[in-house]
Design a protein around this ligand. Structure first.
Ligand code: UD1
Length: 430
């Protein structure tokens, strides 16, 4: 590795965010593209050959890792502002190196795309992550039904096409987002009909289907629980604009309400956010919805929320939980939050406590006491959305908070400090 590259990596790892809290956030922002859409869509460009052009790609480190994977596979990628061109004419590898798998667990979504394009794939097992164990049994079951033989050896997963399946039907026993995406990606180049029952319904699934359809695939039912894929012999390069990031939007809205402020978010699809908007409404916020814009005004005193439960879409999204929990620390009473999607999502709560948060956790349940007096402290991110919770709480705290291990935050928020600076936060990254 050359020294310059090492120094810049080290710089990213060592930099911290400093927030002088207690400022009321006010203003207008424009949502960036969705992390959870851009990653499977970048993987999907592999299936298209030629040069695909993807607009509204967020400048986040998970996208950087995806581009490293595409480069390793033989693609030529260029990036200008938020547009990425991927030339997938020549694929020279069919594996994802262990270091890249470790950098980004969601690299697993490349499995279906690589296998679909080349007929075989090798990835290292993604293992556990900061949210607890994250098995990929459903991904592998689906690929197996699509005619791929799967075997594991010394921490690697091998996936080889052995037969042409006869109109496979895949029943997911849980509507896993990643398994649904991998299945769509692999099936898009298998001529014939594939049915996915109990598919994930998230907006990012619809975005992936729209991209694949624009490339010549024929996918019906995305957004519903049964998806039908009529696979094609060939797909073609295409151009696509990634949908707005509903979780980043939820985070900035939570920050505005936590500080008693008001915010307008442009370029957003309110319909994708209904469960989160419902929570803001229960907290007493005043919402005005337009076709592609949301305005939110904080209540005089934020109400507590008796129960919030995370669910698959269209329920309340697990990823919006941490920033909303941080916001509720400033509410008028006791809120209860039940996490139903991931086993171990409350690691960041110990860091929130350093700021004075009064939160107790019991397994997958958190009890959040409002009226917390939050004061600045040194904290560290434990994961991406936990990091976002620390930012929201720091903005609502008196005094300075130093947030370390922000590499987690940079995975999913584009220029977070610039966004917050533009609406009145006292924040610096150095
Ligand atoms: C995606 C999102 C992530 C979000 C999550 C749930 C991306 C890149 N990430 O993750 O931000 O929090 O959806 O909305 O889009 N499971 C299994 N076996 C499997 C697959 C999943 O048991 O084969 C379990 C997981 O352990 C977890 C649950 O299903 O408990 C949900 O996982 P899944 O929907 O697959 O989430 P991801 O696709 O990993």
């Amino acid at each position: 590795m050359n020294y310059k590259k090492f120094a810049s990596m080290r710089g990213a790892l060592m930099s911290k965010i400093y927030i002088n809290g207690g400022k009321t956030l006010k203003g207008e922002i424009t949502a960036h593209g969705a992390k959870n859409s851009v990653l499977p869509i970048l993987a999907a460009t592999l299936l298209c050959g030629g040069i695909s052009v993807i607009h509204n790609c967020p400048r986040i480190s998970d996208v950087d890792v995806s581009l490293k994977i595409l480069n390793h596979l033989g693609c030529r990628c260029t990036q200008e502002n938020n547009t990425i061109c991927i030339d997938a004419s020549n694929i020279i590898n069919n594996d994802i190196p262990d270091n890249l798998m470790r950098e980004m667990r969601s690299s697993v979504v490349f499995l279906g795309a690589i296998a679909g394009r080349t007929g075989s794939a090798k990835i290292s097992s993604p293992g556990g992550c900061e949210l607890g164990p994250r098995p990929i049994d459903l991904h592998l079951m689906a690929l197996n039904k699509l005619g791929f033989n799967i075997f594991e050896d010394h921490g690697y997963i091998y996936c080889d096409k052995t037969k042409r399946p006869n109109n496979p039907v895949i029943n997911l026993n849980f509507p896993s987002v990643g398994a649904t995406e991998n299945c769509m990606l692999a099936a898009a180049l298998i001529p014939g009909k594939t049915i996915i029952h109990n598919a994930a319904r998230e907006p990012e699934i619809v975005d992936l289907a729209n991209f694949l359809n624009s490339a010549g695939a024929s996918i019906c039912g995305a957004g519903l629980d049964t998806i039908i894929i009529y696979g094609k012999e060939k797909l073609y390069p295409s151009e696509h604009t990634v949908i707005p990031d509903r979780i980043a939007v939820s985070t900035y809205m939570a920050a505005a309400v936590a500080t008693g402020g008001e915010l307008t978010v442009n370029s957003v699809n309110p319909n994708d956010l209904l469960a989160v908007l419902n929570v803001f409404e229960q907290a007493g916020a005043n919402l005005t919805l337009y076709s592609d814009r949301i305005s939110i005004k904080s209540p005089k005193k934020m109400k507590f929320i008796p129960t919030i439960k995370t669910q698959v879409y269209p329920g309340f999204p697990t990823d919006a939980g941490p920033p909303i929990i941080a916001m509720l620390l400033k509410s008028s009473g006791t809120s209860v939050f039940i996490e139903n999607i991931f086993q171990n999502r409350f690691k960041y709560v110990d860091e929130l406590k350093r700021l004075g948060a009064n939160i107790k956790t019991y397994g997958n349940l958190a009890v959040i006491e409002g009226n917390s007096k939050l004061t600045g402290a040194a904290v560290e991110c434990t994961d991406l959305r936990g990091g976002a919770a620390l930012v929201v709480a720091a903005l609502a705290s008196e005094g300075e908070t130093e947030i370390g291990k922000i590499n987690h935050i940079l995975r999913g928020y584009e220029n977070i400090e610039d966004y917050l600076l533009s609406i009145g936060a006292n924040i610096v990254r150095k």
